[in-house]
Design a protein around this ligand. Structure first.
Ligand code: SAM
Length: 190
C-alpha cells in the first residue's frame, strides 16, 4: 500500500462514527441500497444494518460497489436487528409518516443512534414501528406523499453529520485502534 493510500484510509477511519448507523428494512432496489451506503460512507457511518424478508432478497447477494467502504450486517428479522442496536444503547428512530412523528431536525443525533428506513413501496413494517423509540418525519407540503428512500436517508444523515460536527465528534477517533490496524493490515476495506 502506498504511503498516500495508507494515510487516506487512516484519515477516513479516524472519522468513522461507530455509534451512528442506519437499518434498512426490506429496502431492496440495488440503486437505493447503493445510494444509502454511499451517503453513509460520506458522513462516516462505519456499519449499516439490513433486514431482508425472503421476497425482497437482493439477487446475487448485496452486490453494491460502495459497500466495500462500509460494513454491512444482515439480520434474520427486524426484531433481531433492533435488539442488536438496543444492546449497543442506541436510540432507534424510525422514519415513518405518522401523527406521533417528530420533525427529524428536532432529534439529538449526538446520542448513539440508529435510523430505520422502510421498504420503497410500503414503508417500515408495523413491527419495526412498534420496536422503535421514536417516529421521525421529513416535513413535506407537496402533492407527493413521500420521498425516495435514499433521498430521505441523505437528509437525515446530513442532519446527524451537522450536529456531530458541531459537537466536535469528528475530531476524535471512535474506532478502536485494534480495528483500525486490522483494516489497514487487510489493505483497507476488503
Ligand atoms: N407508502 C410508504 C409509507 O407510507 O411509508 C412510503 C415509503 S417511502 C417511499 C420509503 C421510505 O423512505 C420510508 O419507509 C421512509 O424510510 C423514507 N421516507 C420517505 N419519505 C419520508 C418522509 N417524508 N419522512 C420520513 N421518511 C421518509
Amino acid at each position: 500500500m502506498s504511503p498516500e493510500r495508507y494515510q487516506r484510509i487512516r484519515d477516513v477511519l479516524a472519522k468513522r462514527q461507530t455509534d451512528l448507523t442506519v437499518c434498512l428494512e426490506n429496502v431492496h432496489k440495488p440503486h437505493n441500497v447503493s445510494a444509502v451506503v454511499r451517503t453513509c460512507d460520506a458522513i462516516g457511518v462505519h456499519r449499516v444494518h439490513t433486514v431482508w424478508e425472503q421476497q425482497y432478497k437482493l439477487r446475487g447477494g448485496t452486490a453494491m460497489g460502495s459497500q466495500q467502504w462500509v460494513r454491512v450486517n444482515n439480520h434474520e428479522s427486524i426484531g433481531d436487528a433492533v435488539s442488536h442496536l438496543k444492546r449497543q444503547n442506541m436510540q432507534v428512530l424510525v422514519t415513518h409518516l405518522s401523527d406521533r412523528a417528530v420533525d427529524f431536525r428536532e432529534v439529538d443525533y449526538t446520542r448513539p443512534t440508529a435510523i430505520l428506513f422502510g421498504q420503497e413501496k410500503y414503508g417500515a413494517t408495523d413491527e419495526a414501528i412498534a420496536l422503535a423509540d421514536q417516529d421521525i418525519v421529513i416535513p413535506m407540503v407537496g402533492m407527493v406523499q413521500s420521498l425516495n428512500v435514499s433521498v430521505a436517508a441523505a437528509l437525515v444523515l446530513y442532519e446527524a453529520q451537522r450536529q456531530r460536527e458541531e459537537a466536535g465528534m469528528y475530531n476524535r477517533q471512535h474506532l478502536p485502534e485494534k480495528e483500525c490496524q486490522r483494516i489497514l493490515f487487510e489493505g483497507g476495506y476488503p
